[in-house]
Ligand binder design. Structure first.
Ligand SMILES: NC(=O)c1ccc[n+]([C@@H]2O[C@H](COP(=O)([O-])OP(=O)(O)OC[C@H]3O[C@@H](n4cnc5c(N)ncnc54)[C@H](OP(=O)(O)O)[C@@H]3O)[C@@H](O)[C@H]2O)c1
Length: 355
């Protein structure tokens, strides 16, 4: 019996250390136990991965959850499953395709009509490193879905968010933003050779710039907005990268993956934390690496770029047009437009020093 003691204790120690190291490396669970009864949460891309687990955790905490997804079958199934596992009946599947301005406007319009309030908006959906492709409106797929779609959606819901203040917007960015560059001459890869990695990084940098600029414009309104990197999470995000199929990654790298990659449940914790943590009341314009505030990449702190990107995005998605000066087609300008009028125009801002 005694000859087993040493190997068993070595194994136990290594296993214990691996678990502790994993928890340390992956960030652990949201420390806040806050319940959110009476609050409404809108989450995009909520049928799978981080979005689905965020929806589940916030449903468990008592929220009314609106899941915005492009595939209604998957969305209904996920909503059904979450209602069953949380015993919260207020989990709803709604259609939104972030690759379509028309669809985003319909989704926003329905929320504005049907929902009394929107307390939390989680801009979670994304595509990563997909083949070259354009959205319905001709934007690069990653720039259009990951950033422009959420830029439009957020602006359309600002009126509701303001009326529900204190309210929060949470933008899922990525550590990938650190190597991102915004190419203002060719945002949609129309002229240069398409590089899918760079396109993803550009979209995630755009989200951080958007977060900071929106926070500046919303100062004093009670609506806060923050961006986060959720860590490295085992989800479907890598579906276009070939990592899922790689023999090398599933065998040789699996011990490393075990330590560094977390489950979607753990991957959802940063979004949950930014949505509910009491200590984050009034905190806005920040970037979180998992659940720790960090300074984003220098190019994400460039105020001029943030304003420039805001102005271009406004024009790309047709937000500058008000109902009274309508020039676009009826599908692209709807009755939700008065919501947008509350946005303050661009103006030089004091540098944000807290990040
Ligand atoms: N996983 C990570 O390691 C990691 C790291 C850094 C940042 N992130 C960020 O975390 C967020 C969640 O990613 P995830 O890992 O959970 O990925 P995921 O499992 O691939 O989930 C992405 C979600 O976005 C949805 N989506 C894609 N295109 C859409 C569109 N046009 N309209 C509406 N929804 C659309 C997907 O719907 P379908 O199921 O229909 O495709 C899916 O529900 C993303 O913003 C991602 O960039 C993740």
């Amino acid at each position: 019996m005694s000859r087993y003691v040493l190997p068993v204790s070595v194994f136990g120690t290594v296993f214990g250390c691996a678990v502790l190291l994993k928890n340390h490396l992956t960030g652990g669970s949201c420390p806040s136990k806050t319940k959110i009864h009476g609050k409404t949460v809108v989450i995009t891309g909520a049928n799978t991965g981080i979005g689905k687990e965020t929806a589940r955790e916030l449903a468990r905490r008592g929220g009314r959850i609106i899941m915005g997804c492009r595939d209604m079958k998957k969305c209904e199934e996920a909503a059904y499953e979450i209602r069953g596992s949380t015993l919260n009946p207020h989990v709803y599947a709604r259609h939104v395709d972030l690759a379509s301005i028309k669809s985003i406007r319909r989704f926003a319009e329905k929320i504005i009509q049907d929902e009394e309030r929107v307390d939390v908006l989680i801009n979670n959906a994304a595509v990563m490193r997909c083949p070259p492709g354009k959205t319905e409106d001709g934007f690069d797929m990653q720039f259009g879905v990951n950033y422009l779609g959420h830029f439009l959606l957020t602006n359309l819901l600002l009126g509701k968010l303001r009326d529900s203040a204190p309210s929060r917007v949470i933008n899922l960015s990525s550590l990938a933003h650190v190597v991102g560059e915004i190419d203002f001459e060719d945002l949609n890869w129309d002229r240069k050779k398409f590089d899918t990695k760079k396109a993803y990084c550009q979209s995630k940098l755009a989200i951080v710039l958007f977060t900071r600029e929106l926070a500046r414009r919303l100062e004093g309104t009670g609506v806060t907005v923050n961006a986060l990197h959720p860590g490295v999470v085992a989800t479907d995000l890598g579906r276009h990268t070939g990592m899922h199929q790689s023999q090398f990654s599933s065998t040789v790298l699996s011990p490393v993956f075990y330590l560094l990659i977390k489950s979607p449940e753990l991957g959802a914790q940063p979004s949950v934390y930014l949505a509910v943590a009491e200590e984050l009341a009034g905190v806005s314009g920040r970037y979180y690496d998992v659940m720790k505030e960090k300074e984003p990449a220098p190019q994400a702190l460039d105020q001029e770029e943030a304003v420039k990107l805001w102005d271009i995005s406004t024009s790309l998605v047709g937000l500058e047009t008000t109902a009274s000066e309508q020039t676009s087609s009826p599908e692209t300008v709807t009755q939700v437009l008065p919501e947008q009028i509350q946005i303050r125009p661009s103006e030089p801002a004091p540098a944000v020093t807290s990040m």
